[in-house]
Ligand binder design. Structure first.
Ligand code: GLA
Length: 727
């Protein structure tokens, strides 16, 4: 059994295939964290130390024993007001304004199967896949507050999840001022924190830094998981590399504001925490009410960062993504955004579709600009009726004509938004989140709808159903601004940031249930909501509005630490690139974009014959490589901090085939050769490069690498397809 409880010591053990997690309800009822690391037998309570420590208080129950302090002991669910002055998961204020909640163990339950969460996305176990749930209840009698800590385990994937449900079982209301879902305390060690920062069109840049005394935190106050910081934190020993050393990861299954914090304390201990953003969060629970803290996916690797990534990849691909498109191959699309922007008519769309079909594309995605008066990006959001005069026909008719060419039809929507210049706003001003008697902050000239309102959610669902019923097979669900005014006319503004996201999940949940055959691509100005929460509903996400091949490589690199390639949507666009002005070879743009879900974002009518031929071949090649790309193991082959090239590899589960891509960004005079070192090949065998016919012994090539040709210009790319041949 993966989860066990020892009655004598009151130690809980969660075992996965290669990791162990342990905690203990001690004699005072405090739930102390003991261990999360390589799989072990026995108990790890010897990791605790006790000493008389000045200015670290002692719980009353400890009597004259000044060696017991929650300020120094590792905890599972630290709450403010208990003498632990590190960053807590829970801050609660009672109806008299008094802060603090002393939480003690009051019971637990171990059950088969992985828990799910009401209204929130969560990891699920597949039929026949081993999984268990541990529920531990902590209670504060004064408030009548219970915290049900949920631990889920998918042992075969080395995944442990955490979530928490706070309930008011008392007689008076209390208010949560902070709610985190997961805490990991380390009694010693020197760590680096790895996080992913960015901005619109340059998301998820890798950052690794040594933790020093104090606290390092990232997060989002934007009502969305954000372009600026990914809701992911990895802790690693200083000497941990891609393939060696210990590392721990937390990945938040939530699409709204969050915090992730790493604190190195006075006793050289480290605490990492993750949970809901405190910004504009003040959540009152009346007697009988409850709130669920979103799930955190945790994993540990003693074999470096690539194993940690593999664990996250498998979990998100197979235990977060759902439905028909989880494993099926995604269509090759032609998206009209960078091809036409808002400037098109029905004839142009049909011409583009015909030309795209001739290239071998599967689906035309009609991006922004197809609905009422949407001729600039400052109007019409909310009015989800096709502009028939622009399209030259009704939407169902346009879809019919495109489908008659043998192409599928996808469409862009941005349902959470409203333009001031829209029929919807004129009819329902109060649906927008604005503060009465204040001018709102505009983002891309638009406002955000209040998704905590049922009438708003129903409007959106009805509008989207009508669009889908026009024959749509795919839609791109966009979201193009951060939330600034957390104001709802329905009151409870301290709850709004959370209720907004619950509203979004309800809408997406109902739509995906009603239309299981429709593929949804998530998007938020590119990758502003690239998180495991969205991936529960949208099995792919437009990774960035930046389609420049060079920038995209670092965006994909950063994204790959916590997310699988199958969910990354990437398109070949035209040059000079619309975001950077850079000119890169068409081959390199393909090499970089064939990362996961693939397509084009250019006007095919403007291509010359050579380009058309090359693109047709690329699409045929992608179809051949698609399986290994979306289902194979992914390895980063370069170290971004020291190497002057990018290289990455996909390898099939049985190790028989490998696809290796490399790009040398800048050429220089008399360049030293670049060697690429593949990983994960079967030892003691030989591999054949199927294009050149060269044969490599697997052990030597994994040891010393093989040289790339000296490039003839900048941004040159190289692709190798290796197949295992008998030893
Ligand atoms: C966002 C998306 C783009 C495009 C535009 C349309 O910026 O990220 O891909 O769909 O909106 O307005």
């Amino acid at each position: 059994m993966p989860i066990t409880f020892d009655k004598g010591t009151k130690i809980f053990t969660i075992n996965t295939h290669s990791t162990t997690y342990q905690m203990m309800a001690d004699s005072f009822g405090y739930l102390l964290h003991l261990y999360y690391g390589a799989k072990t037998q026995g108990f790890t309570d010897w990791t605790l130390t006790f000493a008389d420590r000045g200015f670290s208080g002692n719980p009353y129950d400890a009597g004259k024993d000044r060696t017991y302090s929650l300020d120094a002991l590792p905890q599972e669910f630290p709450a403010q007001g208990t003498g632990d002055y590190r960053s807590p998961l829970l801050v609660v204020r009672d109806s008299e304004g008094t802060y603090g909640a002393d939480l003690r163990y009051s019971g637990h339950e171990i059950r088969d199967g992985k828990y799910s969460l009401s209204g929130l996305p969560a990891v699920y176990a597949n039929p026949g896949e081993e999984s268990q749930t541990l529920s531990i209840t902590l209670t504060n009698k004064r408030l009548g507050l219970t915290a049900e800590l949920l631990y889920g385990v998918i042992p075969g994937k080395d995944i442990i999840t955490r979530s928490v449900i706070i309930r008011n079982n008392g007689n008076n209301p209390f208010t949560l001022e902070k709610l985190g879902s997961s805490c990991l305390d380390f009694t010693h060690g020197n760590f680096d924190a790895i996080t992913f920062y960015g901005r619109h069109a340059m998301e998820r840049n890798y950052q690794r830094q040594r933790l020093n005394h104090g606290s390092y935190s990232v997060g989002s106050r934007r009502g969305m998981s954000s372009h600026q910081y990914s809701p992911v934190m990895i802790l690693a020993d200083h000497d941990t590399t891609e393939s060696h050393g210990r590392c721990w990861g937390m990945n938040f299954v939530y699409s709204g504001g969050f915090f992730a914090e790493a604190e190195y304390d006075q006793y050289n201990q480290t605490r990492i925490t993750m949970g809901l953003s405190q910004e504009k969060f003040s959540y009152e629970l009346s007697p009988g009410e409850e709130i669920t803290g979103p799930e955190v996916i945790m994993t540990f690797s003693s074999e470096g960062l690539e194993k940690l990534s593999h664990n996250f990849h498998a979990c998100i691909r197979e235990n977060i993504c759902r439905g028909k498109f989880r494993n099926s191959s995604r269509p090759v699309v032609l998206n009209t955004w960078e091809a036409l922007y808002l400037d098109f008519d029905g004839k142009k769309i049909l011409d583009v579709a015909e030309s795209a079909k001739a290239l071998g594309v599967d689906m035309l995605v009609l991006d922004d600009g197809w609905f009422m008066k949407r001729n600039t990006d400052s109007q019409a959001l909310g009015d989800w009726t096709a502009d028939e005069s622009k399209l030259g026909c009704s939407l169902p008719e346009l879809v019919r004509r495109v489908k008659a060419m043998g192409l599928d039809f996808g469409i862009w929507v941005e349902p959470e938004m409203i333009s001031e210049d829209s029929e919807l706003y004129r009819a329902h001003k109060d649906w927008a989140m604005t503060i009465p008697r204040e001018n709102p902050v505009l983002g891309r000239n638009q406002l955000v709808l209040d998704l905590s309102r049922k009438d708003v959610r129903e409007y959106i669902i009805t509008a989207i159903c009508e669009i889908i019923d026009a024959g749509i097979s795919y839609f791109k669900w966009d979201y193009n601004r951060s939330i600034s005014e957390m104001y709802s006319r329905s009151g409870s503004n301290g709850k709004l940031s959370y209720k907004y996201i619950l509203g979004l999940y309800e809408i997406l949940g109902r739509l995906t249930a009603k239309y299981p055959d429709v593929l949804i691509e998530g998007c938020a100005g590119g990758g502003g909501r690239f998180d495991a929460g969205m991936l529960f509903y949208t099995p792919q996400i437009w990774c960035s509005d930046n389609t420049d091949a060079l920038d995209r490589m670092s965006i994909h690199y950063g994204t790959s630490f916590a997310f699988p390639m199958s969910v990354i949507s990437a398109h070949v666009s035209t040059c000079p690139n619309h975001q950077t002005g850079r000119i890169t070879p068409l081959k390199t743009r393909f090499t970089v974009s064939m990362t996961g879900a693939f397509g084009y974002e250019l006007d095919p009518l403007k291509l010359n014959d050579d380009e058309r031929l090359e693109i047709s071949k690329q699409i045929q090649q992608y179809r051949i490589d698609r399986e290994i790309i979306t289902e194979g193991l992914y390895y980063r082959l370069n170290d971004l901090e020291s190497d002057n090239y990018f290289a990455w590899e996909y390898i099939s589960a049985d190790g028989s085939k490998a696809l290796i891509n490399a790009v040398i960004p800048n050429n220089h005079g008399n360049n030293p050769p670049v060697y690429v070192t593949p990983k994960g090949l079967t030892p003691g065998t030989f591999y054949c490069d199927i294009d050149s016919g060269k044969i490599y012994p697997s052990d030597a090539i994994m040891d010393s690498g093989f040289p790339l040709e000296i490039p003839k210009g900048d941004y040159e790319s190289f692709t190798f397809r290796l197949e295992r041949i008998s030893a």
